[in-house]
Design a protein around this ligand. Structure first.
Ligand SMILES: [Zn+2]
Length: 137
């Protein structure tokens, strides 16, 4: 396979998401915990989606979860992903009670199944580490 000349997109943090992306660069997964109602919130926002409190605290998540659902991408959505197909796009239920969309990497897509345990790994893009899942062994 030849080198992929098109870089993958890099997240652009905003005021709400900067702490999340900074933690990713330290290979730590964090989420917002509502101090009023206890809701575990992802993605980061300025207020709790359950009770509208702005009293949110960052918590470090266990880097583990399970596959909620997934699809196998066979046709790259842009040239940046041509080198990756076929790849798995999944919704992952994290052990701390929130859900994230990410790729399941470093595996045979045929081995991915709903309910399988995963752990979090980080993909280095230009200046930013991006959380991904891989099948737990
Ligand atoms: Zn709340």
């Amino acid at each position: 396979m030849s080198e992929n000349p098109t870089p993958k997109p890099v997240p652009r943090p905003n005021g709400d998401t900067q702490p999340f992306w900074d933690a990713c660069n330290e290979e730590r997964l964090v989420y917002q915990s509502c101090q009023s109602c206890g809701h575990a919130q992802f993605y980061p926002r300025s207020a709790c989606v359950k009770c509208e409190s702005t009293d949110l605290a960052w918590q470090e998540a266990k880097p583990a979860g399970t596959v909620h659902t997934f699809t196998i991408v066979n046709r790259a959505p842009s040239p940046a992903f041509r080198g990756d197909v076929p790849y798995v796009l999944a919704l992952i239920d994290l052990a701390d009670g929130f859900r994230m969309m990410m790729n399941v990497v470093d595996c045979d897509p045929a081995d991915v199944a709903i309910g399988k345990p995963v752990r979090i790994v980080y993909e280095q893009r230009d200046g930013q580490k991006v959380p991904q899942a891989t099948l737990a062994r």
